[in-house]
Design a binder for this molecule. Sequence first.
Ligand SMILES: [Zn+2]
Length: 164
Amino acid sequence: MVQPYKQRQPGSREQRRADERAAAKQKGAEPIKAATLATPNGHQHSEAFCLMWYACACGHRERIWNSRDGVTPFGFVCPSCKEPKLQHVDWREDSYAPNHQPSSGQRVWVDLTRERARTIAQRTIDQVAKSQQVPAHDFERIVDTVFNNGTAPDLVIWGYVEAS
Ligand SMILES: [Zn+2]
């Protein structure tokens, strides 16, 4: 007599195991790969040395080069409309360009310098001071936070030289 409820069903069990393996692979392997292992190009960050498109709802669009193996923000202030709506778009068109020579005027992601971190920290404190009493603080610790061991991104205009 056939007792289906007692019978093993190797086909479906095998299928389930395959599904579990696939699910585990997707759940575990991908984020680990992104976070701790090198990218296919041998870097720590997938956006390392990539040319990336940024666009804003106002119509502004530009391609920014990441000059280092470091993080870049997803969105920031648009230079055309001043709204914080310039965003990394068309991710599939990111192109790996380690030998890219920026054109004069192109914007480029660089590592934040400690000097720039100081400027940003001071600007933030000044901003707070406009509306409230700034509590006692350790300025260098605030600078450390902004600087983030030199891994924080900064954006510079390639070829731009400040007047002295
Ligand atoms: Zn805009």
